[in-house]
Design a protein around this ligand. Structure first.
Ligand code: FMN
Length: 173
């Protein structure tokens, strides 16, 4: 058993307060590369990862997510990097490939010493005109299907404790 990997999977927590300081390219590249090695249906890699770091785009993505949520807040908790995960039209295991990549990304982030939080509403964001306009500006097909997003940065809080795992979570037969 490789203890480190188990420790990472057990101790990673959702971080909801980030420093404004941007993460290094080395950290970002390591996390994104880990995402590309996630399992995908039949190994199709039918996923597109978009790392958003330009302050203008970061704020537009956050505003779009907030609009879907219907709340006036930053859904990415001030994180300077947002990773968007899309599924591509040619995939045939839609709904599964994107979250698979997101899992690798949040675990890799923790292994790299970064904070992360999986953020919902990506599908609705990129069904909206504003989302499609962003894809166009980024030179990406408007047919991409929003799957998951991840807030990424240096944590600006104590590391949260995990809730106890629920009774009966695992059944062995
Ligand atoms: C599908 C999914 C959607 C999530 N969406 C959000 C979100 O929109 N905002 C948020 O703060 N956390 C979100 N989370 C993070 C969860 O709330 C968090 O993982 C959960 O409370 C367990 O905490 P832990 O990650 O620290 O173990 C999401 C997690 C998943 C898997």
């Amino acid at each position: 058993m490789k203890a480190e990997a188990f420790e990472v999977m057990k101790n990673r927590r959702a971080i909801r307060k980030f420093k404004a300081e941007q993460i290094t390219d080395e950290e970002l590249n390591a996390v994104l590369e880990a995402g590309t090695y996630a399992p995908t249906g039949a190994g199709t890699q039918a996923v597109q990862i978009v790392a958003v770091q330009s302050p203008e785009y970061r704020d537009r993505v956050a505003a779009l997510n907030a609009a879907v949520m219907g709340k006036d807040m930053d859904p990415y908790y001030g994180a300077p990097t947002i990773v968007l995960i899309f599924e591509t039209e040619d995939g045939f295991t839609h709904g599964f490939d994107g979250p698979s990549v997101a899992c690798n990304i949040v675990n890799a982030a923790y292994a790299a010493g970064l904070g992360s939080c999986w953020i919902h509403r990506c599908k609705q964001m990129f069904e909206m005109e504003e989302g499609k306009a962003l894809l166009k500006e980024w030179g990406l097909p408007e047919t991409l299907i929003g799957s998951c997003s991840v807030a990424l940065g240096y944590a600006d809080c104590e590391h949260p404790a995990a809730k106890p795992r629920k009774e009966g979570y695992i059944v062995r037969v």
